[in-house]
Design a binder for this molecule. Sequence first.
Ligand SMILES: *Cc1c(COP(=O)(O)O)cnc(C)c1O
Length: 362
Amino acid sequence: MLKEPIFFTVGPTKLYPTVKKHILNALKENISSISHRSEKFINIFKEVVSNLKKLLNIPADYEVFFLSSATEAMERIIENTVEKNSFHLVSGDFGHRFFQIASDLKKQALYYQINPNILLEKQKFTLPKKTELITITQNETSIGYAFDPKIIYQIKSNNPDKLIAVDIVSSSPYINLDFKRVDLVFFSVQKGFGLPAGLSVLIISPQAFEKSVFLNKKNKLYLSYHNFLELKKYALKNQTPETPNVLALYLLNAVIKDFLKIGIEKIRKKTEKKAKMIYDFLEKSDIFEPYVKIPSSQSKTTIVAQLKNGKKNDLILEKLKKQGLYLSKGYKNFSQTHLRIANFPAHNFSEIKQLISFLKVI
Ligand SMILES: *Cc1c(COP(=O)(O)O)cnc(C)c1O
């Protein structure tokens, strides 16, 4: 008999447990029929921005914009902050996507390939002087690699004139980022926030916004409907330029309020405890090992297990599914040799224990 599925997939993933209730409330409140220019919408917008700023400790003078996906956020960042030169620190496929988007938009994009199993401090890259934007994937979901925020801050303080964009798609709200030391930060909601996909959040510093003003003055800004000037003009009215995913915004606000009630510190500690359980198991296993070896580079939220001796994952994934346990296979080149396990706020201790005890006897 098939068991009730638990999604440990890295995104979309298990819904946060309160989401069902929030969806029912949204239906009762006719959220999907209200106008995006109405008082009711304006209140949802105001609340979600202020609650998010509280949850993640975002400075008051940073702008919060709503887009459709993290991939869109990458594209808008390039369009709005780069005239010619961008530089991308790449440890896996999502970091590479950022570089690819910049190249597709005809920028002089360069990247440095990070080796996930060498200490980051020992990997030396030189930033070309002309670099306008540096992009960093703080949590690389494709391989389970975490980029140390301290090094992000170092890069910024050594290059105060350059903008830094940080992808926290699969580490937020776990990652405690000092927003004052970065410029453009984004995530989408189908990962750590345990929500249906179709909404992303982009947070930008005054310096990043100024860059788009500067490009506009030079006639170098893409005047798409989601350019920063347009987004800010509407954000000042607590609105979006287009008809947004109002239900998603409502649900995001509701889940953030749940997180605030629990307390973000507690959520972060719990994430670390669950991650330790999984890594402890992987270190001792005869079949699996962590793909990323250096503890400080191991992601706490998207954990990647490699099968030892080049074994294939298909039978294991099949057996897990029969137990109702859904994991992600490896990304691209690693599709058959890795398992990816999400450890988000939606995943509780007993589910992690269940997964580990099954992996032990597989
Ligand atoms: C999932 C993911 C993305 C892409 O998110 P979309 O919302 O599908 O565009 C980008 N970066 C990272 C690190 C991700 O995990």
